[in-house]
Design a binder for this molecule. Sequence first.
Ligand SMILES: *Cc1c(COP(=O)(O)O)cnc(C)c1O
Length: 234
Amino acid sequence: MQEPWQQIRQRIEAACRRCGRDPQQVRLLAVSKTQPLERMAALWAAGQIHFGENRVQEAREKQSLLAASPHFSLPERAALQWHLIGPLQRNKAKLALELFQMISSVDSLALAETLSALLPVGRTLPILLQVNLGQEAQKHGLAAETLLPALRQIAMLPGLQVQGLMAIPPWTASAEEARPYFRQLAQLARQMAAEKISGVSMAELSMGMSQDYEVAIEEGATWVRVGSALFGPR
Ligand SMILES: *Cc1c(COP(=O)(O)O)cnc(C)c1O
């Protein structure tokens, strides 16, 4: 796993160079869903800090194993960054706040309100708003048309720090076919940034997975979410 990790890091840097971006601006989120903790530990040893999980329950199980794991010292456990990248039911929001440092899949005003209300005083939660670019019924996310009004309201909720947008575009046979979706998300982020809503940043764009992260980088991704290319097939 360390070898694919190195390769992916190199490909991220190469993609940045091709389009004149600073590689420091693109971070790799290792999508560890369905992967056992030992495999995460191998990546951690290589230098990976940010891990993405799509299910609250699975993250909870891994974090309790982590507490007893010989692979991680206490400071190491504290340094690991857990990102939720899957749909969050409101009845699991409280637990999610205990498990995750960042929630990249906030897909409704109602969820944002719930998270804000449950946040302990003094804690700030970085979030990304998930956009349903293909308007697919089976996918989560705010429709592009409803993004601005939702954003205006979410911006007023205490404790939430909107950092940008996230999307899982419709499945495409090739990376190149996903490019228009990535471009659309970047465009949306620029439109939202132009509104200059107080407290809202549109600096982060989470887009691109194993198949198409290089194209996503060319279109402005700051987070790429890579699972199978890193860990092997699920
Ligand atoms: C599983 C998953 C990924 C990673 O997918 P791969 O194709 O394995 O890289 C990225 N983002 C989300 C939201 C996912 O659920």
